[in-house]
Design a protein around this ligand. Structure first.
Ligand SMILES: Cc1cc2nc3c(=O)[nH]c(=O)nc-3n(C[C@H](O)[C@H](O)[C@H](O)COP(=O)(O)OP(=O)(O)OC[C@H]3O[C@@H](n4cnc5c(N)ncnc54)[C@H](O)[C@@H]3O)c2cc1C
Length: 396
């Protein structure tokens, strides 16, 4: 069992905050460094499955999370304006142990930061380099200070410099546009609902939120350099989607909050190296995947629990890191593959593929549509239980 470790976390995304909270729960000293002034670096909405939010529960975030989340009960899929199927989430929720939960990324990060305690978070602080000797790692900070740590958790996202993640970054061929709608701007849809709209090389998701709000994404195939990042970004996607779906037209013509964005989407091919001595990666730093299955944040939270658990159980930092890597790598490789294959079908421009896809959707239930991610949700239960049991026993 590792002694009271001093842990530095690079990055205040969901992975970094999750890791910091998990390590804190295990009784370790934690300091988190985030280069931005705010932690909401992407914006927009996020959905969590019945492995992501039980992890939040164990990390003590559930009371705050309950205030900002909307449990999704209804699902409807369209091809443009044509309804393909609608179903309740009930059977799926029963199978995996809970509903899909919709929330805003920034609100979730704020909730996690509050529970962690702002005294453990250094905003506006970039980790510029890391060195290591036999006993410790040393982080050079943009403030001019040097911080030491027994373990450095690299939660610095897909362009990770701590682990060189950007080297295996790969453009997926599509981008995501997203935003948030408030009250009168919202699409007419029942409460607790997810609408999924399919099209030719494009797709949209619209989800309800508490307080009479909704969030939306449109994914569209696009050359890597084709994105407009100025105020015109919504006009760009509006033009690309014209005439496809009345609902998407409504969303893209509505007044948006400041949360809207346009993002080229990158992913990783499985990375051979997840660690470098005392530096160990989690989340998008080591296994970034496209967002069309909505699993990246869920997965990052399970990484966080597993890593903290291993650090608390192993005799040395190095064996803890090795055990964590061995246990997570194959699963993440499979999930990356699932997401790539699923995105190819969801965003296909091939009419034959589209026809087959639509036929499948018309005959399917929500539970069948989400079949491929069920093993990940159910498989994560063991990690959650193990973490929970050791916390219950008060054990580091
Ligand atoms: C459009 C979109 C929609 C998504 N929707 C979902 C969804 O519905 N459900 C789901 O589960 N997942 C979703 N995901 C995936 C999910 O957002 C990520 O997988 C998850 O949040 C983990 O991200 P992260 O914390 O590893 O990285 P990031 O969120 O990228 O955070 C990395 C942080 O590190 C900071 N940083 C980087 N370098 C340094 C440095 N040197 N010093 C200090 N700080 C540094 C950055 O500023 C940033 O804040 C979505 C992703 C996208 C892009």
């Amino acid at each position: 069992m590792c002694a009271r470790l001093n842990i530095a976390v690079i990055g205040g995304g969901i992975a970094g905050l999750g890791a910091a909270l998990a390590c804190q729960k295990k009784g370790f000293e934690v300091t988190l460094y985030e280069r931005n002034e705010f932690m909401n670096n992407i914006g927009g909405g996020i959905s969590l499955f019945a492995h992501g939010y039980p992890a939040l529960d164990i990390l003590g975030v559930q009371p705050q999370f309950d205030k900002i989340t909307d449990p999704i009960q209804n699902y409807a899929a369209y091809d443009g304006n044509t309804l393909l199927m609608q179903d309740s989430f009930d059977a799926f929720s029963k199978e995996v142990g809970g509903p899909l939960q919709s929330c805003l990324r920034g609100e979730l990060q704020s909730a996690m930061a509050t529970v962690l305690g702002t005294e453990h978070i250094h905003l506006n602080t970039t980790v510029t380099s890391i060195t290591q000797d036999e006993d410790q790692a040393f982080l050079k900070l943009s403030t001019g200070e040097i911080a030491d740590a027994d373990v450095v958790i690299a939660a610095d996202g897909i362009r990770s410099r701590a682990l060189g993640g950007s080297a295996s970054r790969h453009y997926t061929g599509y981008g995501f546009w997203g935003g948030v709608l408030e009250s009168k701007q919202c699409v007419e849809m029942p409460p607790h609902t997810l609408y999924v709209l399919f099209g030719l090389g494009k797709m949209s998701w619209i989800l309800t939120l508490p307080d009479d709000r909704q969030w939306w994404y449109v994914a569209h195939r696009m050359p890597e350099k084709g994105f407009i990042q100025s105020a015109d970004k919504i006009s760009q996607i509006k033009e690309l989607c014209q005439g496809w779906s009345t609902m998407v037209d409504h969303v893209l013509s509505a007044d948006q909050t400041s949360e809207n964005f346009a993002l080229p989407i990158y992913d990783h091919r499985p990375m051979p190296q997840w660690s470098l001595g005392r530096i160990v990666g989690i989340g998008d730093a080591i296994h970034a995947m496209g967002p069309t299955s909505g699993v990246g944040a869920n997965t990052a939270l399970i990484d966080a629990l597993c890593l903290a658990q291993n650090l608390s159980e192993n005799q040395s930092v190095f064996s803890a890191i090795e055990t964590y890597e061995i246990s997570r790598k194959p699963l993440m490789g499979e999930l990356q593959q699932v997401e790539q294959e699923s995105a190819a079908i969801k965003l296909s421009s091939d009419l034959e593929v589209i026809q087959k896809r639509n036929q499948k959707i018309q005959q399917a239930s929500v539970s069948q549509l989400l079949d491929k991610i069920k093993p990940t949700i159910l498989g994560s239960r063991e990690s959650i239980k193990r973490f929970h049991n050791t916390i219950q026993k008060g054990g580091v």
